[in-house]
Design a protein around this ligand. Structure first.
Ligand SMILES: Nc1nc2c(ncn2[C@@H]2O[C@H](COP(=O)(O)OP(=O)(O)OP(=O)(O)O)[C@@H](O)[C@H]2O)c(=O)[nH]1
Ligand SMILES: [Zn+2]
Length: 345
């Protein structure tokens, strides 16, 4: 199967980086144990990386991941290739590996829009949504909340408002994947040349959404899904799908828990309301605990801010501080600043 670079989501941002190179350019569709599948206008290649890249890699960020644009060399005439360079990323979605280890796990790169999928049933949880939202802000991608199972909820508008209150300026869409109700609001978000990724806990309805959105192309997606012991189809690894007309989707396995990774540079985006109240505290380093004239505590008293939200903010801050102790602060921060600059462009 041959795709054009446009089918794969190529853009001037990447084009500028390959000027003068004699190597070929392609996009990483899967990445497992340092074996990569690359899509390019010349076909599908199975690749490994140049020893130098692996040798110089200081962490997972320095290795290719799903969504990356890479420069590669075809080996002989078959479908084997070797990756020489990872092009600078436009965005990078990552989290902490589950468990106690302070290690980063990359989910996908060069994602334009992340659908944060949450179900409108008893599983509805604003605190979890805050965490997902923070992760998207840190990545440099644009978040969109998709609330699924609309048909199972009696107060959809209240739920939408509550999500809007924790995510000012973020699009919130409610859908019913059984009938397709609400999808007219999602389709315009899937524009040409845009890479979309779906994030959400297992069972929230990501597969059903993909089925709805890409009915024609779904067979290919189903093939990489495996049945778990309950006979249910589940996604087992990350994969990039090219759905034609420049639509690309990166499917990720459902997550049991979301542990954060990041520098906190985007805390302002994710908790704009708290940060704005905090600007009015008497002390610039106010911890909003026992300090006098604390505007944040005042906002809680006045009912303008939810105390749970402040607790969530604190918890997140603590997690990030814990990470930073282990992290090589300099390089990580420098990378993040680079993504931040990207966002402004
Ligand atoms: N009533 C209703 N049920 C839904 C809706 N969307 C999904 N479901 C059901 O919810 C269950 C889980 O949906 P999936 O699409 O498999 O969830 P998933 O997020 O892909 O789960 P993983 O593959 O484990 O990550 C299925 O039984 C779906 O039929 C919806 O909008 N309304
Ligand atoms: Zn304060």
């Amino acid at each position: 199967m041959n795709y054009t670079l446009q089918d794969l989501g190529f853009s001037p941002y990447f084009e500028d980086q390959i000027k003068g190179s004699l190597l070929k350019v392609g996009r990483v569709a899967t990445a497992t144990n340092e074996q990569y599948k690359i899509f390019s206008p010349d076909g599908v290649f199975h690749a490994t990386i140049l020893g130098k890249i692996r040798y110089l890699a200081e962490g997972v960020r320095d290795l290719p991941c799903v969504g990356d644009w890479v420069l590669y060399e075809q080996l002989g005439y078959d479908d084997h290739a070797i990756i020489h360079q990872i092009l600078e990323r436009k965005s990078l979605l990552s989290r902490k590996v589950p468990g106690n280890e302070q290690k980063e796990q990359i989910m996908a790169s060069n994602v334009d829009t992340v659908f944060l999928v949450n179900a409108l049933n008893s599983d509805f949880n604003l605190r979890r949504m805050e965490r997902y939202l923070f992760l998207v802000y840190e990545s440099g991608a644009t978040p969109v909340f998709v609330l699924t199972k609309k048909d199972l909820c009696e107060n959809v508008n209240d739920k939408i408002s509550s999500v809007q209150s924790i995510a000012p300026g973020v699009a919130v869409v409610a859908v019913d994947s059984i009938t397709g109700n609400g999808y007219e609001q999602i389709l315009p978000l899937l524009s040409t040349g845009k890479t979309v990724s779906l994030l959400g806990s297992s069972g929230v309805g990501k597969s059903s959404m993909i089925n709805r959105l890409f009915e024609r192309d779904i067979q290919r997606i189903k093939e990489v899904r495996h049945q778990d012991d309950k006979g249910k189809h589940t996604t087992t690894h990350r994969e990039l799908f090219v759905l034609g007309e420049g639509r690309i989707i990166i499917d990720t396995p459902g997550m049991r828990e979301l542990q954060l990774w990041g520098t906190g540079d985007t805390m302002f985006d994710a908790f704009q309301d708290i940060e704005e109240f905090a600007n009015h505290c008497q002390f610039t380093d106010c911890k909003h605990q026992t300090e006098p004239k604390c505007a944040v505590k005042q906002a809680i008293e006045d009912g303008k801010l939810d105390e749970d939200r402040l607790n969530s903010y604190r918890k997140l801050e603590r997690e990030l501080i814990r990470l930073e102790r282990k992290e090589k602060f300099g390089t990580h921060r420098a990378n993040k600043l680079q993504y931040k600059d990207m966002k402004k462009r």
